[in-house]
Ligand binder design. Sequence first.
Ligand SMILES: Nc1ncnc2c1ncn2[C@@H]1O[C@H](COP(=O)(O)OP(=O)(O)OP(=O)(O)O)[C@@H](O)[C@H]1O
Length: 319
Amino acid sequence: MNAIELRGLTKRFGDVTALDDVTLDVREGEIFGFLGPNGAGKSTTIDVLLDFVRPTDGEASVLGHDCREASLAVRQRVGVLPDGYHLYDRLTAREHVEFAVASKRSDDDVDALLERVGIADAADRKAGGFSKGMRQRLVLAMALVGTPDVLVLDEPTTGLDPNGARELREIIRAERDRGATVFFSSHVLEQVEAVCDRVGILREGRLVAVDTIDALRGALGTEARLTLTVDAVDDRLVDAIEAVEGVSSVRVDGSRTVSVTCEDDTKAAVLGAVSAVGVALVDFDTEEVSLEELFAAYTETEEEDGAVDAGAATPEVGR
Ligand SMILES: Nc1ncnc2c1ncn2[C@@H]1O[C@H](COP(=O)(O)OP(=O)(O)OP(=O)(O)O)[C@@H](O)[C@H]1O
């Protein structure tokens, strides 16, 4: 059984088509990243799953339950971290989680949940004084109540510092490992890339791609940028790098830095070429295609229906 099934899902708000014929299967036990720029329709999809919004057309189900007909059954088995969740300023963190425990009729240990999301120290403080990251951690604790079969997280990294983002990834992996399905939306590729088994890219209400990020990058033949810092740049070095198959450009930036654009799987060969000419490599840095470029590339694929050059994509296409 799939954890989430969307069939021809369409939602119009007046003239705005928020979702346009979206069909998607999220498998049980996978971490699925739902990616898209602002306004792409991510929150609307989540609202349909929870029956906060009724689709104009099409169907959605969670664990075999129709989201409209069986919304209570769905909500009972789903843990949600909604976008912009409203906390009660005068209630403490503990009271918030106690409320979630009571409404899910679970017997979870409130302190253990607060500990798990890293705010045990603030258990008895009122949420009104919480920072953005603390609020996000508290809402995550509420989402985890009742060992949900499906976790739906809308922009869960909002407000989290790098440590918080890492801890969130660890929690997401642990939830998947115990058998839960995790569906989370983001417009930050880096956040989902580290944990997601697969991603779907939504653009202007349409699902333009569903696959692993590696496969999406691979299918586009996208290039990586490699910045090398060496003890001294010379012509021999530049010639040697240019000679590597898959390298499309080499640019010298000052006396010690070379920027190379190459196929993703030729990075090792470039490093090999550097050592073969006897130049000492001091440091190197790689940068892969950004989410913006992935969006741009997928948009071009649709329009041109042919080969894609992500590097040639105009930056504004990805917004
Ligand atoms: N209640 C509503 N009434 C009118 N239009 C709406 C409503 N909810 C969403 N929309 C519109 O539907 C489109 C999709 O919005 P949605 O919030 O689903 O996008 P999103 O991908 O979650 O964006 P973000 O990353 O900014 O949260 C947008 O054009 C938005 O303005």
